[in-house]
Design a protein around this ligand. Structure first.
Ligand SMILES: Nc1ncnc2c1ncn2[C@@H]1O[C@H](COP(=O)(O)OP(=O)(O)OP(=O)(O)O)[C@@H](O)[C@H]1O
Ligand SMILES: [Mg+2]
Length: 377
């Protein structure tokens, strides 16, 4: 059995590290993490890079005694972050639950980066996730040549996290078939993973824990067994509480994404961000911001994450084809795409909203025209 030598792996680009399209959190925020570690004089759980206090500060932002500004990664109730961080220091795993786009994946990545300095020990849950993705697989060439041995074993990210005392991440836990999910029960309660083929086990060392994310809307696809659920502390991430919070989140992420895509920063973006977020919140809540008009909600989720991508696409349009300003017309196409998911029903909902709400707003005339033109295309 030989592996083909004819198609070598493409060599890694030799450019600077910032040539990577999306660096991991521990790379992107390495300077902040280092400053926090230097300033952090509180006790750290074994193998943690930072104390729980410093991890929470990394997520929520703050200014350190030496003047270093730590940017907020998560905008939301402080208590939520404190509970999440504390859970990781206990023997219970952490389940981040919430509707789509509430930053579950984002928070999980940043927690792993701050606690373990490594956010890459990740299992992506799908309907096809096999047990091997959570336990271990085999390098079949070696298995056939040498028989089962530690060298032939291919550890899963979870197994590596156990052996090295790091944070493992499981994305979209409830999409994983129930019997595969149950593989986690022994890992989380006994903190061990038997390898019967070798007559061995891997025992988790201190520092190991696991963060899972699950989507509220997927519940029922593969519900969590109660046995597994008991092994987790559940933290529910809410939608942003106020318009201002949501605008701040979108503005910050749009600026960050714009920088990594080399888009020019357009000062006019804030007006359109406010309008997009207002539209999203009103349609999501089924009522206008002033509470006066009841609205029908479209079928899509209209999450903060989608608002971020509507504005980012608008900025790209404005940057490449516009006049240096972010105009309503630039965000209109993306907005239409986000709202109208089901062409039959959502189009009507959108039309009604445009005519009865947007049209009536005196300072939204350009926005109304942009949206109407986009809908007519
Ligand atoms: N409260 C928040 N604070 C900071 N960023 C937020 C917040 N809510 C949403 N975001 C932003 O939304 C984006 C998407 O979040 P993320 O992908 O983590 O959502 P999710 O909850 O995992 O969604 P899904 O259920 O679709 O997987 C991220 O870029 C994140 O910055
Ligand atoms: Mg996610």
């Amino acid at each position: 059995m030989s592996t083909s030598q004819s198609t070598p792996m493409p060599s890694a680009p030799t450019g600077p590290p910032d040539a990577v399209l999306r660096p991991h959190a521990e790379t992107a925020y390495a300077a902040e993490l280092a400053a926090l570690a230097a300033a952090d004089d509180r006790p750290r759980p074994e193998r943690w890079r930072l104390s729980p206090w410093a991890v929470a500060t990394y997520l929520l932002g703050g200014t350190l005694p030496d003047g270093t500004v730590v940017t907020p990664k998560y905008v939301g109730p402080r208590r939520i972050v404190e509970v999440a961080v504390t859970t990781l220091a206990t023997d219970r795993a952490l389940l981040l639950l919430g509707v789509p786009g509430t930053a579950k994946t984002w928070v999980s990545e940043h927690l792993a980066a701050a606690v373990s300095g490594d956010s890459t020990l990740l299992v992506q849950g799908t309907a096809g996730t096999p047990e091997e993705a959570i336990r271990y697989g085999w390098n079949y060439a070696r298995l056939l040549a040498e028989g089962p041995s530690r060298d032939a074993l291919v550890p899963s990210p979870v197994l590596r996290a156990m052996a090295e005392g790091l944070t493992a991440r499981v994305e979209e836990l409830t999409r994983i078939p129930a019997d595969v999910q149950d593989t986690l029960i022994t890992i989380l309660s006994e903190k061990t993973l038997p390898i019967p083929e070798l007559g061995e086990e891997v025992q988790a060392v201190r520092g190991f824990n696991l963060i899972a994310t699950a989507n509220d809307r997927d519940r029922g696809v593969n519900d969590l067994s109660s046995a597994l659920r008991r092994r987790f502390n559940t933290v529910v991430l809410p939608l942003p509480a106020t318009l201002d919070d949501e605008v701040a989140i979108v503005a910050r992420r749009v600026a960050e994404l714009g920088r990594s895509l080399d888009l020019p920063q357009l000062p006019s973006a804030l007006t359109e961000i406010q309008r997009v977020v207002t539209v999203f919140r009103e349609l999501r809540d089924g009522v206008t911001a002033d509470g006066r008009t009841k609205l029908k909600s479209p079928s899509g989720t209209l999450s903060t994450a989608e608002a971020i991508s509507v504005v980012t696409s608008g900025l790209a349009l404005a940057a490449h084809f516009g006049d240096g300003q972010l105009r309503a017309a630039d965000v209109a196409a993306g907005l239409l795409g986000a709202v109208v998911r089901d062409p039959a029903t959502d189009r009507l909902v959108w039309q009604e909203y445009l005519e009865s709400v947007v049209r009536e707003r005196a300072d939204w005339k350009d926005f109304y025209r942009g949206c109407r033109d986009a809908a007519a295309l």
